[in-house]
Design a protein around this ligand. Sequence first.
Ligand SMILES: CC(C)(COP(=O)(O)OP(=O)(O)OC[C@H]1O[C@@H](n2cnc3c(N)ncnc32)[C@H](O)[C@@H]1OP(=O)(O)O)[C@@H](O)C(=O)NCCC(=O)NCCS
Length: 136
Amino acid sequence: MTGIKILGPGSLLPDWVEALESLEFGSSWGKLDEFEILYLIDKHAFARWRAIPKLGEAELLRVAVLQTNRRTGIASRLMSESLKRLAANGCSSFRLEVRTSNLPAQKLYESLGWRQMSVRKAYYSDGEDALVYLVN
Ligand SMILES: CC(C)(COP(=O)(O)OP(=O)(O)OC[C@H]1O[C@@H](n2cnc3c(N)ncnc32)[C@H](O)[C@@H]1OP(=O)(O)O)[C@@H](O)C(=O)NCCC(=O)NCCS
């Protein structure tokens, strides 16, 4: 497996990222906006973050691993590495929202030390609640 690559604000997404994002989340958000960073393990997994180093804040927007490559530690590695790199760029407060039904993702985050802090009622467009997780 290759190392971790980074795409910065304004970058177009590789085709396989768009396809994986659409498959897992219903659609792709397309090119990165001015605060977005994408960490990827080529053709295996991506983690899409919004980061504002001036404020010391970063939010995980989406993480996904190809179905055939799951439970091999790829998401853990990508999450840990991206956190390290965001911290090196000045971020010290990290947050994410996850669907209450998404137990695999909750297990992943908890295994990495993230803690559930609150619930956002009807956060998603289909009415599902979000759990808010933090780590520092
Ligand atoms: C959630 C997701 C990113 C996990 O990726 P992964 O590479 O399989 O995760 P890892 O192999 O690094 O797993 C690390 C730990 O997370 C937990 N975990 C991961 N998947 C799990 C599952 N399906 N069930 C229970 N625990 C799970 C386990 O504790 C696991 O450690 P273990 O395998 O030693 O038991 C992947 O399932 C995925 O892409 N899901 C679809 C997209 C999504 O829901 N993203 C999150 C919301 S943005």
